[in-house]
Design a protein around this ligand. Structure first.
Ligand SMILES: [Zn+2]
Length: 478
């Protein structure tokens, strides 16, 4: 018999900060399209005698993030050397933070697996520098130091996450917050946000923790969810067959859909942290913290609550709109332009999202404006076009950027509501289908929709369905 297991997960996320220059030198941090080793200087190449200078914008971004994550902000914070050797780390150490991080003791609220709000505690969010990159070409390994020294925010949770789904929701929420703050693109696919999970399982009711493994190389949201789900299942099978879990660092092979051992415990690092002697400790005045707090935007949780209050959306519905700030702004603009928040929600999350998904573009690249959607919906309200026509008009607005009215005029899509114009067509459909009329009158009432469809087809979808129904009822039911 399989026992029930509890899954215990903590996450570690590294997010590159969107500063103009690097963490400790004046090199541009925007290296994405630059040739290798062109965004470098004596500091980030670690030439002898070069001294680091703290980037104030990175400290500000970290404090603002800490505040958004409900963290305490240290009054006194120290940078530390994390010593290890790797070819992409020319100094032989990374400047990070250890005992005295900039921010700590916060929380992020997510939806728990039971559907209730759940807090994931944040142990710390501290500042460090990124490493360079190794590029492997034709059996040679080349070093590119453009990325070396780019500011990195490391955000560590307590082990409060209980499933792959909760891990996924936590990451999604964290990404949303970082993007609202404008401190990081948080783009996992481009390496601007990287993620590791610490995971263990134990039989339900057992006090001691199980053996913890670390999963690295999780470079997409899907990878995080898949790797955790895989590893949980693997560990249950090991324990159920009487085996033991080894304390190892694992990688994720997305192609094969499984974890693999990267290194075992014997090679665990001892980083020999000590305070960075080339940098003074940071003293953070409370007035500065309050100044930065005043720069925080309306954050996702507050926006979800307001959308419920002002627009009547449920938490879940508001969450869908709020996840991307540009979508939330678009929604609010459309509600202002049109008035009916529910109707805008339905069109946005239905038709508009479908077009965005199919075209695989963000809402900022879409040609349909909030005012454009409002105009389209008013044409439906006035009876100029029916809802089905409105959907195809929206599709054309999406493809061409033309206004709803222009498309309706150009294509002669205005709906026919005039009874006199429709009577002849309705009577023709009835005359052409004597069998269906007989079966309908004998009680096969489901055929009514088929008759409506025939009339709509004959008018190329332009007939006002309400008028068609009325005319059909009058003629079929007598
Ligand atoms: Zn530099």
């Amino acid at each position: 018999m399989t026992r029930e297991y509890e899954v215990i997960i903590g996450m570690e996320v590294h997010a590159q900060l969107l500063t103009k220059s690097k963490m400790f030198c004046g090199c541009s941090a925007d290296y994405a399209d630059a040739p290798p080793n062109t965004h470098v200087c004596p500091v980030c190449m670690a030439l002898p005698g070069a001294l680091p200078v703290i980037n104030k914008a990175a400290v500000e971004a970290t404090i603002r993030t800490g505040l958004a994550l409900n963290c305490e902000i240290a009054e006194f914070s120290v940078f530390a050397r994390k010593n290890y050797f790797y070819p992409d780390l020319p100094k032989g150490y990374q400047i990070s933070q250890y005992e005295l991080p900039l921010t700590y003791n916060g929380w992020v609220e997510i939806e728990g697996d039971d559907g209730q709000p759940k807090r994931i505690r944040i142990r710390r969010a501290h500042l460090e520098e990124d490493t360079g990159k190794l590029v492997h070409v034709n059996g040679h390994s080349l070093v590119d130091l453009n990325r070396a020294g780019v500011p990195l925010l490391e955000i560590v949770t307590e082990a409060d996450i209980r499933s792959a789904e909760e891990a996924h929701r936590y990451l999604t929420k964290l990404r949303t917050i970082l993007r609202y703050l404008g401190v990081s693109t948080a783009d996992m696919e481009k390496g601007a946000m990287r993620c590791e999970a610490n995971l263990s399982i134990r039989p339900k009711g057992q006090k001691e923790f199980g053996t913890k493994v670390e999963i690295k190389n999780l470079n997409s949201f899907k990878a995080v969810r898949d790797a955790i789900a895989y590893e949980v299942q693997r560990q249950i099978e090991v324990l159920e067959s009487g085996g033991t879990i080894e304390q190892v660092t694992l990688g994720w092979d997305a192609a094969r859909g499984r974890t693999f051992v990267q290194r075992s415990k014997e090679y665990a690092h001892d980083y020999r942290y000590f305070p960075e002697p080339d940098l003074l400790p940071l003293e953070i005045p409370r007035e500065w913290v309050e100044e930065l707090r005043a720069t925080l935007p309306e954050l996702p949780d507050a926006k979800i609550e307001r959308f419920g209050r002002e627009y009547g959306l449920s938490r879940k519905e508001a969450g869908i709109v709020v996840e991307d700030k540009e979508v939330a702004d678009w929604y609010e603009a459309a509600v202002r332009a049109y008035g009916n928040a529910r109707e805008v929600y339905n069109w946005l999350t239905g038709e508009v999202f479908r077009h965005l998904n199919e075209a695989n573009i963000p809402i900022s690249a879409m040609r349909v404006t909030p005012e454009g959607l409002a105009e389209l919906l008013r044409l439906v309200d006035k009876g100029t076009i029916n809802r089905n026509t409105a959907k195809s008009v929206l599709q054309e607005m999406f493809e061409t950027g033309k206004s709803a009215q222009a498309i309706v005029d150009e294509k002669g899509l205005a709906q026919v509501s005039d009874e006199d114009a429709l009577v002849a067509i309705v009577e023709q459909v009835i005359a052409d289908n004597p069998d269906e009329v007989r079966r309908y009158r004998e009680g096969k009432k489901g055929l009514f929709g088929w008759f409506v469809g025939q009339v709509m087809k004959a008018t190329r979808g332009k007939a006002n369905p309400a008028v068609v129904r009325k005319l059909l009822e009058e003629r079929l039911n007598t």
